[in-house]
Design a binder for this molecule. Sequence first.
Ligand SMILES: Cc1cc2nc3c(=O)[nH]c(=O)nc-3n(C[C@H](O)[C@H](O)[C@H](O)COP(=O)(O)OP(=O)(O)OC[C@H]3O[C@@H](n4cnc5c(N)ncnc54)[C@H](O)[C@@H]3O)c2cc1C
Length: 395
Amino acid sequence: MADPIPLRPRARLAARSAVIVGGGIGGLTSAIALQRAGLAVQVVERARKLREVGAGLQLSPNATRILRDLGLLDKLEQVAVAPRALEVRDGRKGTVLARAEYAPAVARFGAPFLVVHRADLQNLLAEAAQEEGCGITLGAELVTVEPTTGGVRAVVRQGEALQAHGGDILVGADGVRSAVRAHVCPGVSPVFAQRIAYRATIHAPPGHPPDVRLYLGPNAHLVVYPVKGGAMLNLVAIVHDTRPVTHWNAPGNNEDVRRAFGSWAPHVRELLEQVPHFLCWGLYDIAPLPRWSHGRITLTGDAAHAMMPFLAQGASQAIEDAVGLEQALRQESEPEAALGAYEDARRTRTARIQNDARRNGNIYHLSGPVRLARDLVIRRTGQRLLDRYDWIYAA
Ligand SMILES: Cc1cc2nc3c(=O)[nH]c(=O)nc-3n(C[C@H](O)[C@H](O)[C@H](O)COP(=O)(O)OP(=O)(O)OC[C@H]3O[C@@H](n4cnc5c(N)ncnc54)[C@H](O)[C@@H]3O)c2cc1C
């Protein structure tokens, strides 16, 4: 009997198999993109259950366009909200400084802005990865990465046992505290950014508008937007704090939040009062890395370019990385050359976004007379608020 005709163009790819360390948004999107390109993909994830925390995520057209190309946008739109406008408000007075409708930008970029609960996006990605045939091993924590003859492998601890998962390439999608990063850029550690993020979701008050609201105040800001089809509101309160916090998704102290926002507009305080328990994240920053790859190992998502959340681009950039890596593997014939081409294509853009996000954080938290100057500029910008990020959304 003749050999079956392969359905996928494996022979043209620079690699036939990949091990991905980390099953977050970056790791799962890469898994889908690479498996669809014809690689056999194995994801190893430390968590015993794939579950994203109870918080929201903004996705811009540069990411939703890719999710559409991967055939996932229809399902995503069933659980996400397409917000109507971005409003920037004075946190203390509660008044609108500027309002930009999303519709013109959606028309310009041909893909939507969406706000979604992280768990909804992660479930959708995990389901799609498994449908594509990716293996996902849960409860598997990376111990080390080793070269093999003609490849590379991840040694993981699963309970008491050590297991090895080998492939032609290994992708570190293991987040801001990446263990894979040490094999690419030894000695690089994330630095506490003197900011703490308190996050929560609450039931949306009746008639709450489907907008993304950004409230600015001295040393703090608050982002509010709907998730779960508009039934819930996602709140992200970011405060300046010099006390190093190593927590990641730990219970936050509601009193700290009340104190930080004590002199803000009554309707803002009322929203914060409705939160039974905040979860709290210390924000950690990393300067753009000098390289993302070493041999057959590469990095993606926060492992490669952890950024401050003040441009809402971390996950969207992880999604862009996935197709960047897939395209490089199609275009080059050797794994090392493909990983080099991938990082060459991605590093300048993500470094610029990292720097702009950091700068936004400083602008958001201004106090004194410079704050008034900032507000004047925002007022004058009005509907053009989103235009300055065309270079991000158009990609
Ligand atoms: C407050 C806040 C708000 C944000 N808002 C937005 C937003 O609106 N829009 C946006 O695009 N981005 C936003 N981001 C950024 C976004 O959350 C991240 O950039 C994104 O989640 C990164 O995805 P990732 O897959 O690279 O990493 P992660 O989501 O961190 O996933 C890493 C995975 O690797 C696993 N892992 C870690 N170590 C190991 C190991 N040793 N062995 C095995 N597995 C391991 C982890 O369990 C995890 O599942 C925000 C971030 C914060 C903190």
